[in-house]
Design a protein around this ligand. Sequence first.
Ligand code: PMP
Length: 414
Amino acid sequence: MTDVRDDFPILRTSVDGEPPVYLDNAATTQKPARVLDAIVDHYATATANIGRSHHALARRATERYERARAAVQAALGAAHPEEIVFTGGTTDGINLLADTFGRERVGAGDEVVVCGMEHNSNLLPWRRLCERAGARLTVVPVDERGRTDRADFAAALGPRTRLAAVAHVSNVLGTVNPVREMIRDAHRAGVPVVVDGAQAVPHAPVDVRDLDADFYCFSAHKVYGPTGVGVLYGRRDLLAGLPPYRVGGGTVKGVARDEPVAYVPAPARLEAGTPDVAGAVGLAAALGYVADLGWDAVREHDAELVHRAVTALRKVPGARVVGAPEETPSGIVSFVIEGVHPYDVGGHLDRHGVAVRCGVHCASTFLDDLGLLGTVRLSFAVYNTVEEVDRAVDLLHSVRPGVWTAEHPTTRFL
Ligand code: PMP
């Protein structure tokens, strides 16, 4: 990996006099100047509402928004630009699907299949859907290393299974699900699959046609883009059949007082209201940024940092790496330290200028399955260095039980 640190203005700032050591990239990534510039340029030169007003600036804004859609289409290998719906993020995209596709497909006595490692954002929309419909949520168990066995997934697909929703990459352990094969198994059983790609898109090229995904969701902010915008990819024939989600401006052909409402086709049908145009432009810039770095370089870098962290953690007394992050490196290493609450570990690192996430990572049912109160998670991005990994792990040698261990030993935080 070439040195990209200069691309990220935040790395020139300081936290308590030191450059930030930011190892919380699975939560959100920092933004390169190219993305920030694209957003500022959009507001500075093309601010207007899209698709509505009949003037030159509106045409310019619309053109940039649609160019961003085409850039996402190309990055995901989608067949058509209409298969790209801009959303507010992964959570928003999955809720959209649960409330449209799910609501139409899932009825009393039916089943929805998810994996044991799901983030709440790919669990709760389906759980609520099942509760409302009188359907059953089937959770495919994970093994002791936090992996989904493909045979277990296939076995969970029954005659009443109406859809499956699976993480591509676990945000807790970095485990990569064999989604291509899982989708093949699901399709053989006539089951469409929603993929939560929030943690996959930043770490590997994703080709939705190669995966044969029916739906694929991700968030811009986890792949060097802005917050508040994301993508729902949907196969054209499936999107075409979806009812409107939120209704309002931009979704209709016309409205008359006493006639049924005629909606426009997807994607506009699913993008009610003024979308985050600058966000979409920023996302396109972010995807271009990563593509220019080269996926081989990104993946090598991830593997190097994961290996470095796992190797160093082995020498920390009481530390145990959870899962098997080196099997399929995706920039995430989760660990626990015997006798020390994850929040005391996170607090210690924070006091020394190192940002990590600790807790249940919005996946408490997965942590239950693993028999853990929580973990400490190091998550890497292209600007992280082996020196930063060493610094974080070195600090663990001086970590001691603190107030969390003493006073809240079983308290969990999301
Ligand atoms: N799924 C996974 C696997 C995630 O890691 C996250 C973010 N932590 C989400 C879904 C939700 O993403 P967002 O908050 O951007 O909607």
